[in-house]
Design a protein around this ligand. Structure first.
Ligand SMILES: Cc1cc2nc3c(=O)[nH]c(=O)nc-3n(C[C@H](O)[C@H](O)[C@H](O)COP(=O)(O)OP(=O)(O)OC[C@H]3O[C@@H](n4cnc5c(N)ncnc54)[C@H](O)[C@@H]3O)c2cc1C
Length: 461
């Protein structure tokens, strides 16, 4: 029996398909950058079924690529011949415990369904990304996703007590604790966080829950420069209230209002940059007063030119939509060379000055669209093609542009991957730019847990 026949005969009929029409949607990723192929997609319905798949694959030397919501942006979710293992059927909320503030969820649950389950228990699960309706908690942990609340709550890594995972030999590791203290050796669950499926398949996770704030106050501020945007961040910090600080440039706002229906500029005047800000407070009166105080003192110091404080939930949602539609709006703007980088927050303006100059040198008239999570130092530094350029020809500059951008990031003490991971896209850069001791440790861990290299073998290292 071949490995494929073995898998098909060992699994229930609804746990696999080789129908290429059914598989097709899962072979291309969101940005249309990577296109894949697989002979078989397996969709186990439980941890035990996942373990069975892995054992059979190991026996027959078949490689596996795990996939959750397929919203990853670095090519680590697009198979090239590996068995595609979808976690989407392993999606239950197993248990919510408001006393320990812990919730055990299965890996294929969407982030949105996890947030909603937390809300039902009068708690908050703070991870929040524009892709939350599709991405899964397993994918979030495997990519160590960031999103808009990192400045207050941290990345996915900070929001988890432990995971359950199927190891590359088919054994099940159970780290589903809700202990806040456990000093019994290496923190093995953390190995799987940000591992991009290279060390095993996360099948469930014990997540940290937080008190739900009484009110989230949102505002948008117009500022003259990236320097002022960074200065404004400091004016907005008050106690522990600040929970979001996202920035978009004028060109970004124009793209969203031009290409996405029902989006409008909240200001009459044009501003060079916009910050969209949230504060979590006990109630709306306090929220209004905190927002007013922060923005007034920034205005007095001439850091803010104008601001709008949301008065209703609809107004608040409309403001955030301007930021959330940035990626979709750029699809209408020709080809884009995209980088997800991070630098120390106070170096953001310097990064932008150096990077804009360097990329213009490579492609004259290209249009940098830098936006994102300025509150935690993460910039989505996307370079749109010049208006009249040939799309294909522009994309041939991807490596040259990445190289100069990453050189600047390195010189400023930043990271070439802030929140999207390494995948296929940055694998070469990781190997080149990482200190030898770290590369040695990454390879040693991979080799010892997955000696046959069956788990996501083309990704990261
Ligand atoms: C519009 C849009 C907005 C986005 N915004 C953000 C953002 O603000 N912040 C951010 O961090 N990311 C963002 N992303 C990227 C993406 O949503 C995240 O990387 C997300 O965490 C991926 O989850 P997924 O379930 O879709 O994973 P997939 O895309 O399916 O997989 C991603 C990687 O994780 C591995 N993997 C998936 N599930 C498992 C599992 N159970 N066990 C082991 N490995 C697994 C895959 O093999 C792959 O390497 C955005 C994407 C889009 C399209």
């Amino acid at each position: 029996m071949t490995g494929f026949e073995h898998l098909k005969s060992a699994l229930p009929a609804n746990s696999w398909t080789d129908d290429q029409d059914l598989i097709a949607p899962w072979l291309k990723e969101w940005r249309d950058k990577y296109f894949g192929q697989t002979p078989l997609m397996v969709m186990p319905g439980s941890t035990e079924e996942t373990a069975k798949v892995v054992k059979i694959c190991r026996e027959h030397e078949l490689k596996i690529m795990p996939q959750g919501g397929n919203t990853g942006l670095v090519g680590g979710n697009t198979p090239q011949g590996e068995i595609l293992l979808s976690t989407r059927r392993i999606n239950k909320i197993r248990n919510t415990n408001p006393v320990t503030n812990a919730m055990i969820v299965e890996a294929g649950a969407t982030l949105l369904s996890v947030q909603e389950a937390a809300k039902k228990a009068d708690r908050k699960f703070p991870l929040s990304l524009a892709s939350e309706g599709s991405c899964t908690i397993g994918g979030n942990l495997s990519t160590n996703a960031g999103g808009v609340h990192v400045l207050k709550y941290g990345t996915a890594k900070d929001l988890v007590f432990g995971v359950e995972a199927v190891l590359p030999n088919g054994e099940i590791y159970n780290g589903l604790t809700d202990l806040r203290k456990d000093n019994t050796g290496y923190d093995l669950s953390r190995l799987f966080l940000g591992a991009e499926g290279t060390l095993g398949i996360i099948t469930a996770a014990s997540l940290k829950l937080f008190p739900r704030p009484g009110h989230v106050q949102r505002a948008i501020a117009g500022v003259k420069s990236a320097d002022d945007a960074v200065k404004l961040l400091d004016y907005c910090r008050t106690g522990n209230a600040l929970s979001m600080f996202e920035v978009i440039p004028r060109i970004g706002l124009e793209l969203v209002t031009r290409h996405i229906p029902d989006q409008r500029d909240p200001f009459e005047q044009v501003h060079e940059w916009y910050a969209i800000i949230d504060w979590e407070t006990d109630d709306s009166a306090l929220g209004q007063s905190v927002a007013e105080q922060c923005l007034m003192s920034a205005a007095k110091a001439r850091v803010v030119d104008d601001a709008v404080i949301a008065q209703t939930e609809i107004q608040a949602a409309n403001l955030l939509a301007l930021r959330e539609h940035m990626s979709a709006a750029q699809k209408h703007n020709g080809a884009s060379i995209k980088q997800d980088i991070t630098v120390p927050i106070d170096k953001i303006p310097e990064f932008l000055r150096q990077a804009d100059k360097a990329v213009m040198k490579i492609v004259a008239n290209c249009r940098p669209v830098a936006f994102g999570h300025f509150g935690d130092g993460n910039i989505h530094y996307n370079i749109a093609q010049p208006e009249d350029a040939d799309r294909k020809e522009f994309l041939t500059y991807w490596n040259d542009i990445s190289c100069v951008v990453f050189d600047i990031v390195d010189s400023l003490g930043g990271s070439i991957s802030a929140e999207h991971g390494i995948g296929i896209m940055k694998k070469g850069e990781l190997a080149q730019r990482t200190e030898p001791a770290k590369m040695m440790m990454l390879r040693t861990i991979k080799q010892s847990l997955d000696p046959d290299n069956i788990m996501n073998p083309r990704v990261m290292i």
